[in-house]
Design a protein around this ligand. Structure first.
Ligand SMILES: C[S@@+](CC[C@H](N)C(=O)[O-])C[C@H]1O[C@@H](n2cnc3c(N)ncnc32)[C@H](O)[C@@H]1O
Length: 311
């Protein structure tokens, strides 16, 4: 038991370091500058992850091992490649699809690891908290919300719980991601039933092609695409004239399915503007253990968050 004000976070840290003691220093550094608003969302998220873990074979230890797999086997080799070559290793969608989205066992471990990163990695935790604390409250009452690429499903879960959201929909190209999202929202008891569809954002012939939403979230997806501006234009077709789009893109953040290199917040804003959006709010958060100035200077990973409207 813990008497911390953030008991679920403490349990999660404890379980991860139980499986991976060498990660303790990173975790300690990662929590040094978080404010109470960010910690409160992290605590809620950690509690949900523990609940979800109880339904997984292997429980939280399995999720902790998948998180370690994400750090050591998925991200680290790509980081080495990026530092040596100044670019991401994979450069086209077909290769990312074959290596990742169509590879169910890999995708499952990747999404489990990513889920835990939203509590542990400073930039992911800040981005998640900002979606909950800053973006969702901006939506008008009854907003129809679409997430493109929900992956593990927890962003969509929080949208489903927001009082001003009327309905939630998720589109994802990966069957594993759709299943994970469905499972998470069922197990966690999402207050609104989601509509989930296996579909490629670019598939103009898909059912529901003319569906409209007052809110669209694209978190950690644009860097997965060869032409993010085209993806934003495709998403924009589904946004009502007054609707809002939430974009979260990591810059200088290699992964086996990251193919478009965003170089920072200004670059992300330029891409949004070139796709016909006016950016009304933007902020960037540095990776664990560094400042935003140092991250920008040395091209370290940052999460760039932008809220936009159609021009
Ligand atoms: C890294 S995950 C992001 C998960 C979650 N949104 C987050 O921010 O943690 C990216 C997701 O985008 C999906 N995706 C990639 N390309 C897509 C496309 N063209 N259309 C729809 N989904 C796509 C992937 O299958 C994956 O589930």
């Amino acid at each position: 038991m813990t008497d911390s004000v953030y008991p679920s976070i403490e349990i999660l840290k404890d379980r991860i370091t139980h499986r991976w003691p060498e990660h303790a220093t990173f975790i300690a550094r990662s929590f040094t500058h978080r404010d109470a608003k960010t910690m409160r969302v992290g605590e809620q998220l950690a509690g949900l992850i523990l609940k979800l873990a109880a339904t997984e074979p292997g429980g939280i230890d399995k999720l902790s091992d998948d998180y370690r797999y994400l750090c050591e086997e998925i991200v680290l080799p790509e980081e080495v490649y990026f530092r040596r070559n100044g670019r991401y290793r994979v450069s086209n969608f077909a290769d990312a699809n074959a290596e990742c989205y169509a590879n169910a066992p890999f995708m499952s471990r990747y999404m489990n690891g990513l889920l835990l990163s939203n509590v542990i990695w400073a930039n992911h935790a800040e981005a998640f908290a900002s979606f909950v604390n800053d973006y969702l409250p901006r939506l008008d009452a009854g907003a129809r919300h679409l997430e493109i690429g929900p992956g593990h499903g927890l962003f969509l879960f929080f949208a489903a719980g927001a009082a001003n959201v009327g309905s939630v929909t998720g589109w994802d190209i990966s069957p594993t991601s759709i299943e994970k999202t469905r499972h998470a929202l069922n197990v966690l008891g999402a207050p609104r039933r989601p509509t989930l569809k296996l579909r490629d954002l670019f598939d103009a012939s898909a059912e529901g092609e003319h569906e409209q939403f007052e809110s669209i979230a694209m978190s950690e997806i644009l860097e997965h695409l060869e032409d993010p501006a085209a993806a934003l234009r495709a998403a924009g077709q589904h946004l009502t004239p007054e609707g809002l789009i939430f974009v979260n893109v990591p810059a200088n953040s290699p992964a086996p399915d990251h193919i478009y290199l965003f170089e920072g917040l200004d670059h992300a804003a330029e891409v949004m503007e070139s796709a016909g959006f006016k950016v009304i709010h933007s902020v960037d958060f540095p990776m664990s253990g560094t400042t935003i100035e140092r991250a920008r200077k040395h091209k370290l990973a940052v999460s760039c968050l932008l809220t936009g409207k159609r021009c």
